[in-house]
Design a protein around this ligand. Structure first.
Ligand code: UT7
Length: 328
C-alpha cells in the first residue's frame, strides 16, 4: 500500500536575516557563509509561534487538497522546537484548522522528522481502514534554541513550516527510517533539570556537551561526516525495498543543511546536481520543515509534477536518518 500527497502548503516568518545581518552578533561575513554552506538568507520567527506557522501551512495544504478538515483522522506534527512541553503542537494545530475528528501527536526525529512522519502516516493508513486523511505538519523555530554568540551554528538555521495532506493509494511508496544514538551528543540542546526544591547531589552525569540550557550545541565536523554518509545510505535503503534505482528518480529532495553536503552526496550517489531541489540558499536549515518546504516550493513553481518519482531524504540530530521514495 502506498500514499498520495493530496496537497501541500507552507508558511515562513516575515523577518528575513541576510548573512550580513549576522555581523551584528558575531565575527562573520557573507563570503564565508555562502562558500561554506550555500546559505544567503533565512527567515526568523521574531513573533510567530511554532503552532501558528504550522497551522498556517496546514490550512493551505487542506485547501489545496480540497478536503474537509472534519475528514482528517490524524494530525502528526514534527518539531524539535515546540512552543509548549505540553500540550503537543499537533493538538493546537488540530484545533486551529478544525480537524475535530483527528487524533494528534508530536514527533521529534529532528531534521529527519518529515520522512519519519510519512513512514508513520503510511503505517496508520495501512492498519486503520476508518482513517481517511492524515495531516503532517512540520514546524520549527530553531531560532529559539540558537546561541547567537556562536558563529559556527547561529548562521546555519532558519524558521518555517510546511504541511501535507495524505491519503492511502496504490501509488509507489517505500521508506526506511533509522537512527544511531551513539552520535546523540554531536547535535543537542538541553532542556529541563530537576527543580531546585527537589534537586539532589550528585546529579547523574551524562556525556553530553553543555552549551547552556536550551542552547544548541553542534560538532559541525562530525555531523558533516555523518550527513554525507547518511544521505546516500538512506536513499539506497529505501530504494532497495522497492527495486528503484537512482535513474528512476525525477527529483531528490534532501534535508537542507549545507549545499556541500548535498553536492558530496550527489557525487556518491552518481546523480546530477540538477536533480536535487535546493532551497537552503533562501531558507537556511529549517530542520524537519526543510524537506516539505522544498517539496512545496518545487510543486508551486512547476518542477515537481504529478506522476514523477521523488526521493525525500532526511538526516539530523539523534542521529537520525531516513528516506522515502514516492510517486507524486
Ligand atoms: O541539520 C543538522 C545537520 N547539520 C549539519 O549538517 C551541519 C554539518 N556541518 C557543517 O555544515 C559544517 O561543519 C559547518 C558549516 C558547520 C562548518 O564548516 P567547516 O568547513 O567545517 O568549518 P570549520 O568548523 O572547520 O571552521 C573553519 C574556520 C574556523 O576558523 P579557524 O579555527 O580555522 O581559525 C572557524 O572558527 O572557520 C571559522 N568559522 C567562521 N568564520 C566566519 C566558523 N564559523 C564561521 C562563521 N564566519 N560563521
Amino acid at each position: 500500500m502506498g500514499i498520495k500527497i493530496l496537497g501541500t502548503g507552507s508558511f515562513v516568518p516575515q523577518q528575513r536575516l541576510t548573512n550580513d545581518d549576522f555581523r551584528r552578533f558575531v565575527d562573520t561575513n557573507d563570503e564565508w557563509i555562502r562558500t561554506r554552506t550555500g546559505i544567503s538568507e533565512r527567515r526568523m520567527a521574531g513573533w510567530e509561534p511554532v503552532w501558528y506557522m504550522g497551522a498556517k501551512a496546514a490550512g493551505q495544504a487542506i485547501e489545496r487538497a480540497g478536503i474537509s478538515p472534519e475528514d482528517i483522522g490524524l494530525v502528526i506534527t514534527t518539531t524539535a522546537t515546540p512552543d509548549f512541553l505540553t500540550p503537543s503542537i499537533a493538538c493546537v494545530i488540530q484545533n486551529e484548522v478544525g480537524a475535530v475528528n483527528a487524533a494528534a501527536f508530536d514527533m521529534n526525529a529532528a531534521c529527519s522528522g518529515f520522512v519519519y512522519a510519512l513512514d508513520t502516516a503510511r503505517r496508520f493508513l495501512e492498519t486503520d481502514d476508518s482513517l481517511k486523511y492524515v495531516l503532517v505538519t512540520a514546524s520549527e523555530a530553531l531560532s529559539r534554541f540558537t546561541n547567537f554568540n556562536d558563529r559556527t551554528t547561529c548562521i546555519l538555521f532558519g524558521d518555517g513550516a510546511a504541511a501535507a495532506v495524505i491519503e492511502r493509494s496504490d501509488k509507489l511508496f517505500s521508506s526506511h527510517i533509522a537512527a544511531d544514538g551513539s552520535g546523540a551528543g554531536y547535535l543537542c540542546a538541553r532542556n529541563l533539570r530537576p527543580a531546585p526544591e527537589i534537586a539532589q547531589e550528585p546529579e547523574i552525569e551524562d556525556s553530553f556537551p553543555d552549551a547552556g540550557d536550551r542552547k544548541l550545541y553542534q560538532d559541525g565536523k562530525e555531523v558533516y561526516k555523518f550527513a554525507t554518509k547518511a544521505l546516500p545510505l538512506a536513499f539506497e535503503l529505501a530504494a532497495q525495498k522497492c527495486g528503484i534505482t537512482k535513474e528512476d528518480i525525477d527529483w531528490f529532495i534532501p534535508h537542507q543543511a549545507n549545499v556541500r553536503i548535498i553536492e558530496t552526496a550527489a557525487k556518491k550517489l552518481g546523480a546530477p546536481m540538477d536533480k536535487f531541489i535546493v532551497t537552503l540558499d533562501h531558507y537556511g536549515n529549517t530542520s524537519s520543515a526543510s524537506i516539505p518546504l522544498a517539496l512545496n516550493e518545487a510543486i508551486n513553481d512547476g518542477r515537481v509534477q504529478r506522476g514523477q518519482k521523488l526521493a525525500l531524504i532526511g538526516f539530523g540530530a539523534g542521529l537520525t536518518y531516513g528516506g522515502a521514495i514516492l510517486e507524486y
